[in-house]
Design a protein around this ligand. Structure first.
Ligand code: C2O
Ligand code: CU
Ligand code: CU
Length: 520
């Protein structure tokens, strides 16, 4: 047996080596024992049981649909810490406050291995749901962490390697909402006027069962697309509202579909928050591009509509950058062909059904965001570059694909340090014929919220780069620079494309946060 610690692999003159000059080492993670028992001296404010389980739920008229779903139960703490969405296969909404300690006893009750990742939360490495931590059916993984994030709309979903796409698609996803004092003082619509909206696309067969990948490689290269748009797990979603302001929290929970969101009547969107919570001040956009895993918070005052009127949130058409222009697949890709990425369609209908005086006025000051400065980074003038490339009919980052324990030299960072990272989605890279191809990639970093320094290329006006982000969409031809400050939790974290079919084919890598440097 080779001890992984003795295993040092030098990449040859291959593409990976040329791009990165990289030495790949394999981190010894054998000591990452599964946390299967609660810790005695950890005193949670919220203690919940959560399980992933098979279920049959009504989605379309007629036969129920077989899904997987998260089911939860509060063991200790505020019962409002867990909210079940009505008529939805989605997991319960977990609601916490910054500073609270949370214990989640997660039990796997589905046939495949799985593990839960808390998307957007800053938690220790062994609480982050890395694929190496998967548990088989019947086992329990106990998460214990303090909520360190600011108020925001975060979420949770499975993260087993190669299986995240089918498991999320099958129904495993839920929101994780964090509140804090600053947010509560902002004067935003709350309670029934604070509405979660999870957008997902699905495809069904004629017996109402979910259809996933057909096995055609091109379909996986593009990412799976459904022709039904579900909101909170429901088709043909109608949102009944009163003539007053609302806060809408939108999550793109789709595997690969991108939305170009706009109001049907041409009113601009008033954006108040992004992945990592509230912006400093509201911004207006004619439309917003929302890639998989990104969140968007909107303020909308429906008093601008008369009672009895209707409007809609729509997705405007755009060039979805599908391989083969989305045409090649027609007829081969069952449902994707019906509704390619970039097709236009209604997302949800809004019915203004009652008069109500809403006291709130849009606050001009929402929160305080401390801007990072490039000068604080360890590499202000030499960003680490990550090329999003197709290689050997597979999507890769710098020509590399996921290996469970592998960390290349440029994937090591220091605890509490700040770095400039640049993601480049321009194809090419001397990869031959396939290298010239590119398509949209929503890039996500585990562990920390980051700030966007600059974006270059196509420049859609529909990005909201002002706030805290954990996922950024790169359309073909774009590059983006971010400033990320790695936190005080050492260990192995992930960065990857959140097109889940891309992620599952290996468009994902580890990065390692190293603690205090060992003194030689
Ligand atoms: Cu929602 Cu690793 O991601
Ligand atoms: Cu994540
Ligand atoms: Cu991708």
């Amino acid at each position: 047996m080779i001890n992984r610690r003795q295993f040092l692999k030098v990449t040859g003159a291959g593409a990976a080596g040329l791009l990165t000059g990289g030495i790949t080492s394999f981190v010894d993670t054998s000591g990452a024992a599964a946390s299967s028992k609660p810790t005695e001296n950890f005193n949670p404010d919220l203690d919940i049981a959560l399980k992933a389980t098979p279920a049959e739920v009504p989605i379309l008229p007629g036969d129920p649909t077989r899904v997987w779903r998260y089911q939860g139960q509060v063991i200790k703490g505020d019962p409002a810490g867990l909210i079940n969405l009505e008529r939805s296969y989605l997991g319960p909404i977990i609601r916490t406050h910054t500073g609270q300690k949370v214990r989640i006893r997660f039990t796997n009750d589905i046939a495949d291995e799985t593990i839960v990742h808390w998307h957007g939360l800053h938690v220790p490495a062994d609480m982050d749901g890395h694929p190496r931590l998967v548990i088989p059916r019947g086992e329990t993984y106990v998460y214990e962490f303090e909520v360190r994030n600011r108020a925001g709309t975060y979420w949770y979903h499975p993260h087993p390697h190669g299986m995240t796409g089918p498991q999320v698609y099958g129904g495993l996803a839920g929101l994780f909402l964090v509140s804090d004092d600053e947010e509560q003082a902002a004067g935003l619509p709350a309670g029934e006027y604070d509405i979660p909206l999870v957008i997902q696309d699905r495809a069904f067969d004629n017996r109402n069962q979910l259809i996933y990948l057909s096995g055609h490689r091109m379909e996986q290269m593009n990412g799976f697309l459904g022709d039904w748009i579900l909101i909170n797990g429901q088709p043909d979603f109608i949102l009944p509202v009163a003539t007053r302001p609302y806060r809408l929290r939108i999550l793109n929970g789709s595997n690969s579909r991108i939305y170009r969101l706009a109001w049907q009547d041409g009113n601009p969107l008033t954006v108040i928050g992004t992945d990592g919570g509230l912006l400093e001040t509201p911004v207006e956009r004619g439309y917003v591009m929302l890639g998989p895993a990104e969140r968007l918070e909107l303020w909308v005052d429906f008093s601008r509509y008369p009672v009895g009127s209707e409007t809609a949130l729509i997705s405007l058409p755009f060039d979805g950058g599908m391989l083969g222009g989305g045409r090649m697949g027609r007829g081969m890709m069952r449902s994707g062909a019906a509704l390619p990425n970039g097709a236009g369609f209604p997302v949800l209908r809004v019915k203004v059904n009652r008069r109500e005086k809403g006291g709130q006025i849009l606050p001009q000051r929402l929160s305080t965001i401390k801007r990072y400065r490039t000068a604080e980074a360890v590499n202000p003038r030499y960003p680490k570059t990550f090329q999003l490339l197709m290689r050997h009919m597979s999507w890769s980052i710098n020509g590399r694909t996921f290996q469970m324990d592998a960390v290349a030299r440029d994937e090591r960072v220091k605890m509490n340090s700040m770095e400039v990272w640049e993601f480049i989605n321009e194809g090419g890279g001397g990869m031959g014929m396939m290298g010239g191809m590119n398509m949209p990639h929503p890039i996500h970093l585990h562990g920390k919220q980051f700030q966007v320094l600059e974006r270059r290329g196509v420049m859609h006006e529909g990005y909201v780069d002002e706030g805290w982000k954990d996922t950024v969409l790169l359309m073909p031809g774009e590059r983006i620079r971010i400033l990320v400050k790695f936190g005080d939790y050492p260990g192995l974290f992930l960065y990857h494309c959140h097109n889940l079919e891309h992620e599952d084919m290996g468009m994902m890598r580890n990065y390692l946060i190293e603690g205090a440097p060992a003194v030689a």
